[in-house]
Design a protein around this ligand. Sequence first.
Ligand SMILES: Nc1ncnc2c1ncn2[C@@H]1O[C@H](COP(=O)(O)OP(=O)(O)OP(=O)(O)O)[C@@H](O)[C@H]1O
Ligand SMILES: [Mg+2]
Length: 378
Amino acid sequence: MPVRGQGPEGFEAVGSVAVRTFASHQSHQRTAVTQSAHQSMDGHHVNAMAGDGSGTPHDHFADYDELPDGHFYDPDAEYEPDPEYAATLAPDAARQRRERIGPTGRPLPYFPIPGPLTDHGPAKIIAMCNQKGGVGKTTSTINLGAALAEYGRRVLLVDFDPQGALSVGLGVNPMELDLTVYNLLMERGMAADEVLLKTAVPNMDLLPSNIDLSAAEVQLVSEVARESTLQRALKPLMADYDYIVIDCQPSLGLLTVNALTAAHKVIVPLECEFFALRGVALLTETIEKVQERLNPELELDGILATMYDSRTVHSREVLARVVEAFDDHVYHTVIGRTVRFPETTVAGEPITTYASNSVGAAAYRQLAREVLARCHAE
Ligand SMILES: Nc1ncnc2c1ncn2[C@@H]1O[C@H](COP(=O)(O)OP(=O)(O)OP(=O)(O)O)[C@@H](O)[C@H]1O
Ligand SMILES: [Mg+2]
């Protein structure tokens, strides 16, 4: 029997493999396995995959195509039993898990697996923004988008960088496009449908861009309400999507100001290296100015640490500095450095499909759950 989770409003049963596995552990009086420590509830070490002691390993993965609609197999979930259920088995284990310290040095909360939605929209718009280049904006846009789509959310990705890296990362050749987000911005009466592309990821669409967009930066200067051009262009699409994620270019120019004016939230990816915080003051100042003058709804949702390497003291120190500076704004989810990400760009697909069981895919699924939890907590 699936066990009901007690997540924030909008989250449904934790109908995951983990829960099923735990329920069957209980019914057969097997030893339940706690997450990460691979320790049984009574303190004995057991192998998470070792089964019931009968010598036959049980198949944790046997029945996940039977999951109800909208529920997905999540590699993390296996180690994250529903907290309420875990507490009935072993209060200490639940406390241990509650107090587990994450890479940011803070206790790692549990982010429930989001349940299915019965209807969609209006969209929350997220701008992925940092004027510093190569910090993981495009990678985070593609993979957060794909993870949200996997959780049944309708997602639109907006390539708002004339380099078109987001489009390339989704297998589109920007040079071959006749219509891009540029046309949507600059031509009155242009319907979004004509520009939209379906991606190979179900539930995820793309507004592509190419070098044409660089002309918009100049042409917009003489427009009336030039900062809210993107906001106007996205308005008719809001009802069709749950999340719209805008991949910004590495600058704080007019295109980025347009993205911030259209957005409800900003995510700032920061690479865990020495100069990570350089320029962030200017970015937060820009966000505040847009908030004051153009878009009072705008909020900094979070700082996302990327390219983190837990083996290096340097990475750990930088992350500690970032947490010192931004405190609770820093997401608990941290994206590790792995060569799988550059590989996905070549493959033209998100890591969640290219290497579905990789650590990188799990990290972006975890980020999606954290972003959803933050949105539902409001
Ligand atoms: N976690 C990661 N581990 C290893 N490599 C990564 C990771 N995230 C991104 N990369 C790689 O780093 C490079 C820059 O990433 P990305 O293009 O996402 O950054 P960006 O902020 O969008 O850059 P730009 O400012 O040029 O638009 C890419 O080659 C990407 O594949
Ligand atoms: Mg980019």
